[in-house]
Design a binder for this molecule. Structure first.
Ligand SMILES: [Zn+2]
Length: 183
């Protein structure tokens, strides 16, 4: 067996950078899953390497790591206070709106549900994740969606109706006009 020396250099700028460079959640999950496989393979001997496409479990794990990165950045002071058994004073509720991962999660769910309205989107998001200020966040995302904007402006055609008979639209005494349904 031939020994090969590999030199790997990692440049870590900011932990949130990996999230910001992607515009779609699925791509972020896939890339993150492959990086997790790579780090797994680096720690183990060649016989135990994972080779081939990533699995659903790794994709979910990658999303969890991204959420952990985003949370550690948004709630830095709160996490620090909790780890030192101190009280939390501030609640950074507005910062959740600015987080790129929140936008990606909402956009992905919106597209998965085929441009769902806000109520359906909110109920679906509630089943999978707990997003702070999700009502405002979803409203912002829906306002930016071009397909939904076009759909809301489109007018439906008025259906052509047949003319009603004279006796049906004009008032008259009881039993002056009558009909019989033979079907
Ligand atoms: Zn839409």
């Amino acid at each position: 067996m031939k020994n090969v020396n590999l030199k790997i250099s990692l440049i870590i700028t900011k932990p949130n950078y990996i999230i910001k460079i992607f515009s779609k959640l699925t791509k972020l999950q896939r890339v993150r899953a492959y990086s997790l496989i790579f780090s797994h393979n680096c720690r183990l001997p060649h016989a135990m390497w994972k080779i081939g496409p990533h699995e659903l479990e790794e994709q979910e794990k990658s999303l969890h790591t991204c959420i952990r990165i985003a949370q550690s950045q948004e709630y830095q002071s709160g996490i620090h206070a909790l780890s030192n058994c101190q009280k939390i004073f501030e609640a950074s509720s507005n910062s959740a709106l600015k987080n790129h991962l929140t936008q990606l999660v909402i956009e992905s769910e919106h597209l998965w549900l085929l441009h769902a309205t806000s109520q359906l989107l909110l109920s679906s998001l509630r089943q999978t994740s707990w997003i702070v200020n999700r009502r405002d966040s979803t409203r912002c995302i829906l306002q930016l969606c071009i397909v939904c904007k076009k759909k809301s402006k489109a007018e439906t055609l008025q259906q052509l109706m047949g003319q009603f008979p004279h006796a049906r639209v004009n008032s008259a005494r009881s039993f002056l006009n009558f009909g019989k349904d033979c079907t």
